[in-house]
Design a protein around this ligand. Structure first.
Ligand code: NAP
Ligand code: ZN
Length: 345
């Protein structure tokens, strides 16, 4: 039995409770969780905005900790190793996507770290807890250069932004816009800059301008100013939308050049709409992207360590999670809340 923070039903406040973690199987690793980031997806899920929520729910898929025990067949990790767990904890391992290292698209259905059923039909519980048991293939190594508190947000926010930037070719000569500068957005800025792209932040206000420029943005505009959409018309090769709410999609599409792509990673509960002429007239594309596979997550962590990419975090106690959710919903986060799990006892 381990201590955990759970919501008993949608939108209820967090309660401290105990949950059971399975006994170690031969390929399992037991992790003492030290830090867990708060992703906006945790809020969408705990509020059941996407539907299908499994309650009680223990959210958390930005997990950083230390290996406390290993199963008899574990070869990749030893007790004391610094490790991370992201958005999923199992997949079939055999389908075309698993073999390609894109477990998130497993045809059997990937097992999410929380709010999911594992292949035995048991609900999964996430990182707002003291310990977790995970198959070694779903555990990544945290490079020495990254401390565990700042490593945590990379496990979801990091890979979710690194993966589409790489796939859609952010690099020298490319103009990339990052829409929304929250947890995902402030990492997208750093990754796109490190990849060599010319980076523009599109945020609701000018409040985060200095910080965005310090993180590597070349330009910064407020979307509340209608002139922004005139000034930046037809400019960008790639736009990564990290916003958790619905946007005027046509207005953002108008900022893409010919063949430009708007990649959505933000996941608002309600559908977005757009006018198809916004695509046709400039041969533009709309796409989406879902986190990233295990191999790419390890690559992203190593890239972050090599390029000095560090999430900006505010460490909170376990009894401050409700308040942190309120603040994320008000866009009052600079730029990721991370729960210190030693405060859960
Ligand atoms: P976050 O920290 O709350 O950041 C979202 C940012 O969007 C805010 O900081 C704000 O930035 C902007 N924003 C919020 N409300 C807005 C509104 N009404 N209009 C315009 N801009 C608004 O959230 P996050 O943790 O980065 O997550 C962002 C989204 O990505 C969530 O929907 C989450 O579920 C989703 N997500 C998807 C994946 C995936 O695999 N696709 C993975 C993780 C998360 P400014 O203040 O700069 O405007
Ligand atoms: Zn997440």
């Amino acid at each position: 039995m381990v201590q955990a923070l759970a919501v008993p039903r949608a939108k209820a406040p967090f309660e401290q409770t105990t949950i059971e973690r399975r006994a170690l199987r031969p390929n399992d690793v037991l992790i003492d969780i030290q830090y867990c980031g708060i992703c906006h997806s945790d809020i969408h899920s705990a509020y059941d905005e996407w539907g299908g929520g499994i309650f009680p729910m223990v959210p958390g898929h930005e997990i950083a900790g230390v290996v406390a025990a290993v199963g008899s067949n574990v070869t990749k990790f030893a007790v004391g190793d610094r490790v991370g767990v992201g958005c999923f904890v199992d997949s079939c391992g055999e389908c075309e996507y698993c073999l390609r290292g894109e477990e998130q698209f497993c045809t059997k259905g990937v097992v999410a770290t929380y709010n999911s059923l594992d292949y035995d039909g048991q609900p999964t519980y996430g990182g707002y807890s003291q310990k977790i048991v995970v198959k070694e293939d779903f555990v990544v190594r945290i490079p020495d250069a990254l401390s565990l508190d700042v490593a945590a947000p990379l496990l979801c926010a990091g890979i979710t932004t690194y993966s589409p930037l790489k796939k859609w070719g952010a690099g020298p000569g490319k103009k990339v816009a990052i829409v929304g500068m929250g947890g995902l957005g402030h990492l997208a800025v750093q990754f796109a800059h490190a990849m060599g792209a010319e980076v523009t932040v599109l945020s609701q206000s000018l409040k985060k301008k200095e910080e965005a420029l310090a993180l590597g943005a070349d330009h910064y505009y407020a979307t509340s100013d209608p002139n922004t959409f005139k000034t930046l018309a037809n400019q960008f090769d790639l736009m990564v939308n990290t916003v958790s709410a619905n946007l005027d999609v046509d207005a953002y599409l108008s900022l893409l050049r010919i063949d430009g792509t708007l990649v959505n990673v933000g996941a608002p509960a309600n559908p977005d709409t757009y006018n198809v002429f916004s695509l046709i007239m400039h041969r533009r594309s709309i796409a989406g992207s879902l986190v990233g596979g295990l191999r790419e997550t390890q690559e992203m962590l190593d890239f972050a360590a090599e390029h000095g990419i560090v999430p900006k975090i505010e460490v909170i106690r376990a009894d401050q999670v409700d308040e942190a959710y309120e603040r994320v919903l008000r866009s009052d986060v600079r730029y990721r809340f991370v729960i210190d799990m030693s405060t859960l006892s």
